[in-house]
Design a protein around this ligand. Structure first.
Ligand SMILES: Cc1cc2nc3c(=O)[nH]c(=O)nc-3n(C[C@H](O)[C@H](O)[C@H](O)COP(=O)(O)O)c2cc1C
Length: 159
C-alpha cells in the first residue's frame, strides 16, 4: 500500500466537528473530535474513537458516559482551543460555559447547536485510539444554525 495515497484518500472522508465532554466528580474533560458516527437507529447507538492517552477518555472510563456537543459553523476558534491537549492546556476546560447534563452529568456547552448524552455499552482498543459504542440516553436542541465541519474549519484529523 502507498502510504501517501492511503493518507490522501482517508483525508477525503468528510466529517462534522464536535466537542466530546465527560465528567467524574469535580473533574471535567472537553475535547474536539470528528471520529464520531451513528451505528444504530433502534436502540440509538453512536461510535466515538478517543485517543488512548487523552484526559477526556480517562473520564469516559471513570464515568461510563459522555456527551457530544454539536458546534455551529461560527465556532471554529472554540474547536481549535478544545483541540489542544489538557496536558499542555489544563485551563481549556474553562474555554466555554457549560452545565451538567440531566442524565449523565456530562458537560453540555451553553453555546452548542445541540447535544446528546451517551452511556457506554461497549469498547475496544483500536490501535492508538479506543472505540466506544454508546447509547444515546438524552438529547437537547438549543439553537438553529449550520453545523461546523472539519473541512470548513480547515483542520485535519485523519490519514
Ligand atoms: C480538528 C481536530 C479533530 C480531533 N479529533 C479527535 C477525535 O476524533 N478523537 C480524539 O480522541 N481526539 C481528537 N482530537 C484531539 C483532541 O481534541 C485532544 O487534543 C486530545 O484528544 C487530547 O484530549 P484531552 O485534552 O482530553 O487530553 C482532535 C483534535 C483536532 C484539532
Amino acid at each position: 500500500m502507498d502510504p501517501q495515497i492511503k493518507k490522501t484518500v482517508l483525508r477525503q472522508f468528510t466529517y462534522g466537528l464536535y466537542v466530546v465532554t465527560a465528567r467524574s466528580g469535580a473533574e471535567a474533560g472537553l475535547m474536539t473530535a470528528n471520529w464520531i458516527a451513528q451505528a444504530s437507529f433502534e436502540p440509538p447507538l453512536l461510535t466515538l474513537a478517543a485517543e488512548a492517552g487523552s484526559h477526556t477518555r480517562g473520564l469516559i472510563e471513570a464515568s461510563g458516559s459522555f456527551a457530544i456537543n454539536v458546534l455551529g459553523a461560527e465556532q471554529r476558534e472554540l474547536a481549535g482551543q478544545l483541540g489542544r491537549t489538557f496536558a499542555k492546556h489544563p485551563a481549556k476546560t474553562e474555554a466555554a460555559a457549560w452545565r451538567p447534563g440531566p442524565e449523565t452529568g456530562s458537560p453540555l456547552l451553553e453555546s452548542a447547536l445541540g447535544w446528546v448524552e451517551c452511556r457506554v455499552v461497549n469498547s475496544l482498543t483500536a490501535g492508538d485510539h479506543v472505540v466506544y459504542l454508546a447509547e444515546v440516553v438524552e438529547a437537547g436542541a438549543q439553537r438553529e444554525g449550520r453545523p461546523l465541519t472539519l473541512a470548513e474549519a480547515g483542520f485535519r484529523y485523519a490519514g
